[in-house]
Design a binder for this molecule. Structure first.
Ligand code: NQM
Length: 347
């Protein structure tokens, strides 16, 4: 251990974390990862974490034994203030770095041009495909793609998801209803890749365009959201969610910038500066339901193939949703990723 453990630090979408090949991890994985990040500590001063759930994330990657799949990806959330390492949720932002990482580590051979990497997401048992720019057989990180929440531009990493419905809860609508009422508030309990509770911002006395820092400072709001979340957990077949990072709490409002709807998300205790990828897919799906808080506020484009622009505090995220036979079958999204450092971590 004194020689350290091999790791690559990457930005994936609007998140950041450590990417490990599974066989490089020590047997006491969770204790090791807590040391890596410096948890539990609000500042994570003795580790690599940035004192924020979005920068305290880990990807564990291995070559896949599954037919038609290149690599398996396990996402781990290292909690900032508690000694918890959890696989209870997936992360579509960290996913954006997995294809490049797998190629760099020799787990997937690079093609000349673009290399498609098929990724089995172990947290939810579903598949995503990433298209990685590999001119001359080398991963290219720079390029013209821009995503909100990240300064500058980078190589595009399109991600495609199929069959994400019921990823963790077993059904798109785990209660069988588009609308449930909890503490007098109408909620859509939905899972299209990420378990989410969708609530109208105005049902909580909000406009829906508040600054995340102001929302986080509102203790009464946080207490109200947490009370709803704790009741939603068992209804969503997740059991006691008090120590879990799901479900996410999504407050929705009519769009303000020409998009489909506006969002503010608690993940679940900090307010996201943007929005999670699969969280955005789930809220977009809620907007396509015949009823419910998201459907009520959304402005939807026509047609079965819809580009749904989900507005968030630092811009928007566009979900390309394909509907077939009345159900949402496929979602595609643009992300970028960046290799920040490659080396060894000393726990
Ligand atoms: O929803 C934050 C993020 C995420 C998760 C969170 C994510 C997703 O922005 O797929 O990307 O909701 O914890 O990285």
């Amino acid at each position: 251990m004194s020689e350290g453990v091999r790791v690559m630090w990457m930005r994936g979408g609007t998140s950041k974390g450590g990417y490990f090949v599974e066989r490089d991890l020590p047997p006491d994985r969770d204790a090791f990862l807590l040391r890596v990040m410096g948890s539990p500590d609000p500042r994570q001063i003795d580790g690599m974490g940035g004192g924020d759930p979005l920068t305290s994330k880990v990807a564990v990657v291995r070559r896949s034994a599954r037919p038609g799949i290149d690599v398996d990806y396990l996402f781990l959330q290292v909690h900032v203030e508690e000694a918890i390492v959890s696989d209870a949720q997936n992360c579509g932002n960290i996913l954006a770095g997995v294809g490049a990482f797998a190629i760099e580590r020799g787990l997937v051979p690079a093609q000349d041009g673009t290399t498609p990497v098929r990724i089995f997401m172990q947290n939810t048992g579903q598949v995503a495909e990433a298209a990685i720019q590999t001119p001359g057989g080398r991963v290219r990180y720079d390029g013209p793609a821009r995503i909100d929440g990240v300064p500058g531009t980078a190589a595009p990493v399109p991600l495609t998801f199929e069959d994400t419905a019921g990823s963790t809860c077993g059904a798109l609508l785990p209660t069988g209803r588009a609308v449930d009422e909890i503490d007098g508030v109408a909620c859509t309990l939905i899972d299209n890749g990420m378990p989410c509770v969708v609530i109208r911002a105005d049902a909580l006395g909000l406009a829906g365009n508040e600054d995340p820092a102001a929302l986080e400072a509102d203790r009464a709001l946080r207490a109200r959201l947490e009370a709803i979340r704790l009741q939603a957990g068992p209804l969503m077949r997740l059991g006691d969610v008090s120590a879990m990072s799901v479900p996410k709490m999504k407050m929705v409002a009519p769009p303000r910038a020409g998009g489909a709807l506006s969002t503010r998300t608690f993940i679940p205790h900090r307010c996201h500066r943007a929005i999670g990828v699969l969280g955005a897919v789930s809220v977009a799906t809620a907007a396509l339901l015949p009823a419910g808080p998201a459907a009520e506020v959304a402005a939807l484009p026509e047609g079965d193939d819809k580009a749904l622009s989900i507005e968030h505090p630092t811009g928007e995220m566009t979900i390309l949703a394909t509907r077939a036979g009345g159900t949402f079958t496929r979602a595609a999204i643009l992300r970028t990723a960046r290799k920040l450092m490659d080396g060894h971590i000393f726990p």
